[in-house]
Unconditional design. Structure first.
Length: 245
């Protein structure tokens, strides 16, 4: 296989990965607390080509994806159990195999009166336990900007909030949850985060930006397809000329 076709194939592969990532971002454009995926590009050089002309055999690849943790817009819902964070930090919930982290504060009360996520996972208290509340409509819930939960004039708990020195230590679990990918990473107390009651954080995916990038990637993909077809045609003609000699 000639170098041009190899480079083109590598470019097509990276564009396909970008299309998959953008499609997932667009699909989650209305998912509360969703954080967009981005790509980090690099150039790969095969070991056998290391001593050749620099850059001659470098192939474009997506070295890794990274998560954009930038703040999403807050929207008012009027639901006292809907919570949104302003600033860096995460809610802590009890997952099946340990703590999970999320920016989606669409909480509710379980039949037993526990504060849980829409998926039924218990929201952790700052002390590591759960938060139990009365399910009576006559007992409104008040949550301060510091995360203190009050009901009937009594403190029922404090919303567990954490942050990470390096957000890259987190990976997506699905359904808006994150888990630690680095076993050595440890959560820390958020430096400056506020809890907003009666609000939810929107996805930080910009529909306009995602659409523009999608069109751009598709055009790049089409261009690379044409290059591959042109290279194949050139090789075919070269073989035909050799055969005539």
């Amino acid at each position: 296989m000639d170098p041009l076709l190899i480079s083109t194939a590598s470019g097509l592969r990276s564009r396909m990965e970008s299309l998959d990532m953008l499609a997932n971002n667009i699909a989650n454009g209305s998912t509360g607390g969703y954080k967009a995926d981005r790509e980090f590009y690099s150039l790969y050089t095969a070991p056998e080509a290391a001593d050749s002309v620099p850059g001659a055999d470098a192939l474009p690849v997506i070295e890794k994806n990274w998560i954009d943790f930038s703040q999403g817009e807050l929207r008012a819902t009027g639901n006292p159990l809907d919570l949104a964070l302003s600033g860096k930090g995460f809610f802590v919930v009890q997952g099946p195999a340990g703590p999970l982290y999320t920016r989606d504060g669409s909480f509710q009360l379980s039949p037993a009166g526990l504060l849980v996520t829409a998926g039924g996972l218990a929201v952790r208290d700052a002390g590591g336990g759960t938060i139990a509340l009365s399910t009576s409509a006559a007992s409104p819930v008040e949550i301060t900007r510091e995360g203190e939960v009050r009901q009937d004039g009594e403190v029922a708990g404090r919303i567990g909030l954490v942050d990470f020195a390096d957000p890259a230590a987190l990976e997506k679990q699905g359904r808006g949850y994150f888990r630690l990918a680095d076993a050595n990473a440890r959560p820390v107390a958020p430096a400056a985060v506020e809890v907003n009651q009666g609000k939810l954080e929107n996805s930080n995916v910009s529909a306009t930006e995602a659409a523009v990038r999608l069109v751009t990637v598709m055009r790049q993909f089409e261009m690379l397809q044409k290059v591959a077809a042109l290279d194949s045609d050139m090789n075919r003609k070269a073989l035909e000329e050799v055969a005539k000699v």
